[in-house]
Ligand binder design. Sequence first.
Ligand code: SAH
Length: 225
Amino acid sequence: MGREQDDMLRSGIGMTSQRTRERLIQRLYEEGISNARVLEVIRRTPRHLFVDEALAHRAYEDTALPIGNNQTISQPYMVARMSELLLEAGPLDKVLEIGTGSGYQTAVLSQLVERVFSVERIKVLQDRAKERLVELNLRNVVFRWGDGWEGWPALAPYNGIIVTAVATDVPQALLDQLAPGGRMVIPVGAGEVQQLMLIIREEQGFSRHVLGPVRFVPLLNGPLA
Ligand code: SAH
């Protein structure tokens, strides 16, 4: 057994220890995440509470993990990168998130922007995510059980939109719900060929930036009880 592992066992807090978390932050920094607020929020957000207890010891690895219902909690690097991209042009007051999942990205965002509006199609995932955010006292989030392809029109427009499942095309409803100057970060593609995109609503039309290959679960259709 390595010395570190030995220390962790003796300290009784296992892989959720502060040192393990620090190592993740260091890694994200080395991989190019430069927004200090984003790094700080990831440092203080307990990702082990967003996965099954049986996987808690892997919560601070930079990897996606299963959360049930064929879904995954996003990889910390991707959570950090997408958050950083949203915030790049300045502070955001209203952010729409599609794909609440475990609620981890939601929890990170809620500490970086004024209000988060989060849509999830699978009711049980949404319920669990809600509980976690209440437990962490993150209260600036409202949840909707519905189909992310439709966004959340009643509360539009949003200064930021983040989609954490891959869409075959950029949903028209989401483009419509983006405020002038607003930014949307969304993986687009099919199967193995997916690209992360940044879409900005300009004075006239939209600018689209392709940021590189990614891997997400698909954005599906319709709510699921
Ligand atoms: N950011 C989440 C990622 C969850 S995976 C996390 O870190 O935990 C993607 C999520 O998108 C899944 O929970 C899935 O159910 C949800 N999803 C897929 N299609 C959707 C749709 N049309 N509307 C809303 N949510 C959707």
